[in-house]
Design a protein around this ligand. Sequence first.
Ligand code: ADP
Length: 572
Amino acid sequence: MAGLAAEVRIGILAWFGEETARKQWQPLGTTLQRLLPVEKVSLRYFDMVGLEAAVAAGELDFVVTNPGHYVVLEAHHGITRIATQTLEPGQDSEHAVGSAVIVPTERHDLQILEDLRGKRIAATVPDGFSGWQVVWAELKRRGLDPELRDLMPVFSGFPMSQIFDLMERGEADAGILRVCLLEHLIRQGRLPAGRYRVLSPQGASAPCLRSTPTYPGWAFAAASHTPDALARATLVALLSLDSRDSVLRWGVPADYHPVHAMLRELQVAPYEFLREHRLEVQIRRYWPVAAVFVALLAFWFAYTLRVEAIVQRRTRELSAAMAARDALEESVQAHRQQMDHLSRLSILGQLSGTLAHELNQPLATIGNYARSLTRRLQAGKLSDAAVAQAAEEIASQSERAAGILDGIRNFARKRVRRREDCDIALLVDEAVALFLGMMTRGPEVNIVQHLPPERRSVHVDRLQIQQILLNLLKNAFDAHRLAERVGQPIDIELDTEGDRIRVAVRDRGPGLAAEIQEHLFEPFFTTKPDGMGLGLSICKGIVEAHAGQLEATNCTDGPGLRFSFTLPSASP
Ligand code: ADP
């Protein structure tokens, strides 16, 4: 035949190594050499990767390979099938390849493919067509995905007989054989019949049992550069063969679409790209949404962290501020008590002249009586009546002195504030008595009390209110002295004002000049040479602590100043 190449190069997929393949395929080489009008037909043997490389390099005119690998080479390198192998005599080339999943017959727990969930299944190699992929696809269709670890494949490598070794050693529960291999081995007497059983058996009418659908057989394909005439001549030669030897049994080229569909389902070559593609396409399609989502997430995360940090910082600051405020309040409290105490001591100090004079009086009287008793005794004129009168007088004078000292001691004592219900009229009485007690025999003091007829109780710190009254009375007395109106009345008035009691002390002194009024309640403001200027500021503090206000107003109905403040009534 004119125009045909001197040498026809046929690349063959050799699973089990060149040696075995050479033995298996040599009859095909010899037959073609006889039938084709070419000088030389050479068979070359490759593994999957080597075969593809040789096709890519244009080193082959024809390729003989399994259905899975054929569709890969067809997709990648444009080879075209011209014939499809039939494994068994009389077999339809469209349905030449399939797999049988076998288990030892005694494994009664394993009947159908679904029973393999969680089990180990022996297979040849991950890219073997009938050795793994066909079963993998069938398992997936039945809801078992090895990639999701629903069951575990154990790969034995070639030859396929190693599958039996794995099962015999108990390293696999089931094994995958290409269709008809089990029957073939039994026929050859290499395996006892009944030792193994096929799971989910199909094709009872076919020569062999299988667990999967069938696919077209191995392909005899022409490379893209192979001349048509050579391809045609080769096809004619192949179709003319009919032998018991499967390498010499070829039919018309089958439809490999089912193979494509299955490999696409598994997303393996030539459809591997679907795996990356899926993710890539999704990313490309949704990246703006994903970016916004990620940005929002990052923003939310950062925001949460920031808010958390701010809250923690503020909490720390707040606790510190509260602790500082408590400490400050405590120290203010301590200072206020100190000031109260100082102020009381100051009033006492300012009154001490008259106080000394006052205490002198009873002591002098006591001394006089005692001396007069001694003199009378010496003169022998001591009558019982005189002794009784002297003793009586000494007792009453010493009681008077003790009374004065008691009042002063109580007043000057350092103490913690304590509120109680007390009769306001009684409180005023006590303060007046203490003031008069200190002033007795001093310059004349005229205190007039204007008390309401009904009794009113207030809820106050007794000693603090006494302190206010003493201070106001002393200031009134000082004002009278300044205005040279000693002896003029100092009025104390009590009035009810809603649920509060108003207390006022009015004098007839010079009143207040406007410039003094401004500073009246400032601490240490005084116009007196011996004054401390603490009295009114402390009084104001005490009144405000009782939720009232201390006011000073010049009188309009005559000379003088009127101090007034309110106190809370006792709860009824
Ligand atoms: P001190 O009596 O030690 O001066 P106070 O705080 O009690 O301290 O009084 C402050 C000043 O207020 C007095 O120095 C005085 O100028 C003025 N003052 C207080 N009471 C009267 C009053 N009844 N009449 C006129 N001035 C007064």
